[in-house]
Design a protein around this ligand. Structure first.
Ligand SMILES: [Zn+2]
Length: 138
């Protein structure tokens, strides 16, 4: 989920109130990044019960942006959260998320899905990580 919170942060960070002093800008950036990560974490852990996550995130961060940037921020948050929700829904459909716990995507020699936990940011566990090589190289 990390890439989604980063993407949202990247798309709004340059809109942060340009009139504050340097210190408060840094503070705002930190607060916005934290809010993005927090929202994505919550979404990943509780995808079915987190209603209107884009609205919640926008409410959390809007005070860090000037009035003139609000619409753009709202749109960026909406698009970013949407991408993350779509990803999570696909994962749930694919059965990759099982009660919030990710499973390795590999199939064992007996033809059963591998039950081990994948490596962080990967689709496969340590013993199947060779299957993920194309992704690592990219
Ligand atoms: Zn595995």
């Amino acid at each position: 989920m990390y890439q989604y919170s980063r993407a949202i942060y990247r798309s709004v960070k340059d809109l942060i109130d340009p009139y504050g002093d340097r210190e408060s800008q840094i503070e705002s950036r930190r607060a916005v990044l934290f809010a993005c990560e927090h929202t994505m974490e919550r979404l990943a852990n509780d995808p079915l019960y987190f209603a209107k996550p884009d609205r919640a995130l926008f409410q959390d961060i809007r005070r860090h942006f000037p009035i003139t940037a609000q619409a753009e921020v709202a749109w960026a948050v909406h698009a970013g959260v949407n991408a993350a929700t779509t990803f999570i829904e696909e994962q749930i459909e694919a059965g990759a998320l099982d009660g919030g716990v990710a499973r390795c995507r590999a199939t064992t020699r007996k033809g059963k899905p591998c039950q081990r936990t994948p490596l962080p940011e990967r689709d496969y566990c340590p013993s199947h990580q060779h299957l993920d090589r194309s992704k690592v190289a990219a």
